[in-house]
Design a protein around this ligand. Structure first.
Ligand code: PSU
Ligand code: MN
Length: 304
């Protein structure tokens, strides 16, 4: 059975041994409103290209797992209303049923690995939700990082999550959590979560080397590269705290659960910050795309 289809660009890049950066699609369908979602998706791809790598946005359209989307496919996905949010559990079911699916961090890692792509840029990863002691809501992204060998560049984890518990789970699972260029673990819209990052490296070259060494040692799993939002774009953590608290309480009061929690919180915070959260989100995603392309380039030169 055919498991995935490479776009022309991605196939050519693979044949030529060029660096490739995987990009997720849940951020497009469930993370940002239209039309900003497709504008950002295009800018992210352009940023990867400007750094000399080839972008591979990953999604499922009519059951076909696509590694690299054409502009028309990107537009179709951004406007579609019937898109499943697809994580590890959902992927083959979405494909077998011929549905449209947007891939989360976990599913994008699986697809990237199938296609031989080792670096992936996103905004923030899923993690342990606040109140997880009651809800047991822990994103499959964390377990994916423990088993699938892809380096994921994210701006840390959102303060909508329980960041200390998220870091604990990553440690238990043996996932290297590496802040780039600072000691603190970043918190998405803010440069610091107030917690130290478990590990720190200061250059894409070192991150690439650690990735290749991990593989050569036969250790399973990937790396989480925590890249802080640019200072000019950050929203102070104390300004956000009450907004996040309000959104979390609203989610509880409305009985939002499971897969719907993250999209609900994101859109609520977008509304209460009058779009400021989205502007910051865009800035950090572009910043992550740039670093991911640099890491991919370094990995290519190490394996050349
Ligand atoms: N964080 C964001 N934006 C997002 C997501 C996370 O800042 O769009 C998406 C990612 O695709 C992530 C998913 O993999 O939410 C996690 O969802 P859950 O918590 O249901 O596992
Ligand atoms: Mn969840």
């Amino acid at each position: 059975m055919t498991l995935f289809t490479l776009s022309e660009d991605v196939a050519a890049a693979k044949a030529a041994g060029q660096p490739i950066v995987a990009l997720e699609s849940t951020i497009i369908t469930h993370g940002m409103p239209y039309p900003q979602n497709v504008e950002v998706a295009r800018k992210v791809e352009a940023t990867v290209r400007a750094e000399g790598a080839i972008p591979a946005t990953i999604a499922i359209l009519d059951g076909e797992l696509l590694i690299g989307l054409t502009d028309a496919q990107l537009e179709q996905l951004a406007q579609a209303k019937d898109v499943m949010k697809v994580s590890r559990a959902d992927m083959p079911v979405c494909m077998a049923a011929g549905h449209n699916g947007a891939t989360t961090v976990a599913a994008t890692m699986i697809a990237a690995h199938l296609a031989g792509i080792s670096v992936f840029a996103t905004g923030g990863i899923g993690g342990v939700h606040k109140g997880a002691d009651q809800s047991f809501d822990i994103s499959a992204d964390l377990m994916e990082l423990a088993q699938t060998p892809v380096s994921v560049v994210a701006a840390g984890a959102k303060a909508i999550l329980d960041i200390p518990k998220t870091l604990e789970v990553l440690e238990t699972q043996g996932v290297p959590v590496i802040a780039i260029g600072q000691d603190d673990f970043p918190a998405f819209w803010s440069r610091s979560s107030g917690l130290p990052a478990p590990l720190r490296l200061d250059s894409p070259a070192e991150i690439a080397k650690a990735y290749v060494m991990r593989a050569e040692m036969g250790l399973p799993g990937g790396q989480l590269i925590a890249n802080p939002i640019p200072a000019a774009d950050e929203i102070a953590a104390d300004a956000l705290a009450p907004i996040i608290k309000e959104a979390t309480e609203a989610a509880d009061a409305q009985g939002i659960a499971g897969k719907d929690v993250t999209p609900f919180l994101l859109s609520r915070i977008f509304d209460t910050t009058e779009g400021k959260s989205l502007t910051a989100n865009i800035a950090l995603v572009l910043n992550n795309a740039r670093i991911a392309a640099q890491i991919a380039t370094e990995i290519s030169s190490l394996s050349a």
